[in-house]
Design a protein around this ligand. Structure first.
Ligand code: B16
Ligand code: MG
Length: 228
């Protein structure tokens, strides 16, 4: 039997919490007189909470004391959690559950590879927690995407070699992390943004069982050059 490791990003792949991050960061940024665009917001996807605030402050040419920085991170997270607390299974993105169930039926190894420190409560909220053999999130890594650490830990926990792993990602940083880890990268979202991915789809409705079976049997290989 061919066993692959399928590693799913969370925000923007399984659920659309990217929109809640955007709302919470936007409000926080406005409170300190900084504005940023949707294009700039792409750069916040997949990166850690600390790095996100550092980027926002740089865009607005602001500097803060350590205490103020920590306070603003707390305020952003409180606001973000107010959205998360209202989530339920209806927020799972199209065909994600179907894909997870198909892979489980095919006896494939499944992990979560997210930068979020809120990953476990979110998965529990939408009732997907039990589907994952391993969960690697922002509490487990020291280096944020595009560093491959999160996915390499996932592969290790699944006991699958990195080159036999497949990553579903909506962020540029996450695609770069998967490529650096020598994993097959599948971008979920916009083709122009995620062009570094081996394959790009709009969402899971464009991922067929045949495609997954071809990956499992090794008929589909990496097409993109790996970052050095
Ligand atoms: P938290 P992912 C990432 O999750 C988000 O894309 C990113 O925007 C966020 O800053 C990061 O999690 C940290 O999230 O503040 O909840 O710890 O896309 O890697 O699942
Ligand atoms: Mg994401």
């Amino acid at each position: 039997m061919h066993k692959k490791g399928f590693i799913f990003d969370l925000d923007g792949v399984i659920v659309d919490t990217a929109k809640y991050h955007f709302l919470a960061w936007k409000k926080l940024a406005q409170s300190i007189g900084v504005d940023f665009s949707e294009a700039q917001n792409e750069q916040l996807k997949g990166v850690s909470r600390v790095r996100s605030l550092e980027k926002i402050l740089a865009w607005g040419n602001k500097t803060l004391s350590e205490d103020e920085f920590m306070k603003l991170m707390g305020l952003k997270n409180d606001d973000y959690l107010s959205y998360i607390n209202k989530m339920d299974a209806s927020e799972i993105l199209p065909d994600v559950s179907k894909t997870l169930d198909f892979l489980i039926e095919q006896k494939q190894a499944i992990a979560l590879g997210s930068a979020s420190k809120n990953a476990t409560p979110i998965l529990k909220k939408v009732h997907l927690f039990e589907k994952f053999e391993a969960i690697v999130d922002g509490n487990d890594v020291s280096k944020a995407k595009p560093d491959p650490e999160v996915f390499l830990i996932g592969a290790k926990l699944l006991n699958v070699k990195p080159e036999n792993c497949i990553v579903f990602e909506d962020s540029v940083a996450g695609i770069q992390a998967a490529n650096t880890a020598h994993m097959l990268s599948i971008g979920i979202g916009d083709k122009t943004v995620l062009h570094e991915a081996d394959f790009i789809v709009k969402d899971f409705t464009e991922i067929s069982s045949e495609f997954l079976l071809n990956i499992i049997s090794g008929n589909i290989e990496k097409t993109k050059q790996v970052n050095s």
